[in-house]
Design a protein around this ligand. Structure first.
Ligand SMILES: Cc1ncc(COP(=O)(O)O)c(C=O)c1O
Length: 309
């Protein structure tokens, strides 16, 4: 029996697209039909969650903010000593080739996954991955559902925190998402759509799948960034606010200021900016979201500039 409600809203809900049943998936140099796109049960990613990934969006035949995603990915891979004999240009070629084989030019989302690769034995030691990294790119037709924009998402504050950098640094976009999955389960069990996670000191930090912002009295606040994924979208929002004269602060704040915020929203590559309707059953603001809407508009323009869309 599952305790997870499969009909719940999530920030990664997209409109159903039957074309996704027929996609070709890149697996280690080959394009495979979805049903045949598999990796070994000895793969370090499957066995141990030992890998890194990036989520990216395709608009007008271009991957938005590709350089920023590659910067984070290669930094992550270097940090955990996963060695690749290819670079960002080769990754771009892989993504473009896969998108082209699927006839995709826009409204597509890629999950690029790189693991330490197949292991000689089913044990933890990284040296057992002897045959090089496993590279997989799943690209799906993907349009986030518009109803989330009007309705907003419901968050619940959860006991699970994103920890200190000397345990598993929250900045890693690692295959192992157990920390976030536990938070997500706790949120579901509290009747919400996504979990609002605190940092080890009790300050408001991030959600289990996105970065988190509030708008208070004309100012935009987000966490210091010390205990969360440094989202590409998060940084774009901060930069856009600065350029547009919207006061923006990366700072410590608690649930006190959060419950009393005028607006709140999440950021992530998949859904861009997703409004938050309520937190722990408390409605956020009066339902009007002028600053979130302004930021959303600025972000759309930025994506268009970046991709020529
Ligand atoms: C835990 C977490 N936070 C935030 C994000 C958003 O990051 P980005 O804006 O780079 O998509 C993600 C997406 O991968 C994530 O997994």
């Amino acid at each position: 029996m599952t305790t997870i409600d499969l009909n719940k809203k999530t920030t990664h809900d997209s409109e159903h697209d039957p074309r996704n049943d027929e996609i070709l998936i890149y697996v280690n140099g080959e394009l495979k039909p979805k049903a045949e796109a598999v990796v070994s049960v000895y793969d370090a990613g499957f066995m141990l969650g030992d890998g890194m990934w990036e989520g990216m969006r395709l608009y007008n035949g271009k991957w938005a903010f590709f350089d920023e995603h590659m910067d984070r990915l290669f930094n992550s891979l270097k940090s955990v000593s996963i060695e690749l004999d290819i670079g960002p240009d080769d990754i771009l070629e892989i993504l473009n080739k896969t998108a082209e084989a699927n006839g995709m030019t826009t409204d597509a989302h890629c999950r690029l996954m790189i693991t330490r690769g197949r292991k000689a034995k089913p044990f933890q030691h990284p040296g057992l991955s002897r045959w090089g990294a496993t590279i997989v790119a799943i690209i799906e037709h993907s349009k986030p559902v518009e109803t989330l924009q009007s309705k907003g998402i419901r968050l619940a504050t959860v006991p699970q925190v994103r920890g200190l950098p000397m345990s598993q640094d929250a900045k890693f976009n690692s295959h192992s998402k157990l920390n976030c999955i536990i938070a997500c389960i706790q949120a579901e069990q509290a009747g919400a759509d996504e979990g609002l996670m605190l940092d080890p000191h009790g300050f408001v930090n991030t959600t289990n799948a996105c970065n988190f912002f509030i708008v208070r009295r004309g100012e935009v606040w987000t966490s210091t960034g010390d205990y969360c994924m440094k989202g590409v979208t998060r940084q774009k929002v901060i930069d856009l606010c600065r350029a547009d004269g919207i006061p923006v602060f990366e700072k410590n704040y608690s649930l006190f200021e959060t419950y009393g915020a005028d607006e709140a929203f999440l950021t992530g590559t998949f859904g861009a900016q997703t409004p938050v309707a309520e937190i722990d059953g408390k409605p956020i603001g009066n339902g009007e979201r002028p600053i979130t809407m302004r930021i959303r508009e600025l972000y759309k323009q930025l994506v268009a500039e970046n991709t020529g869309a």
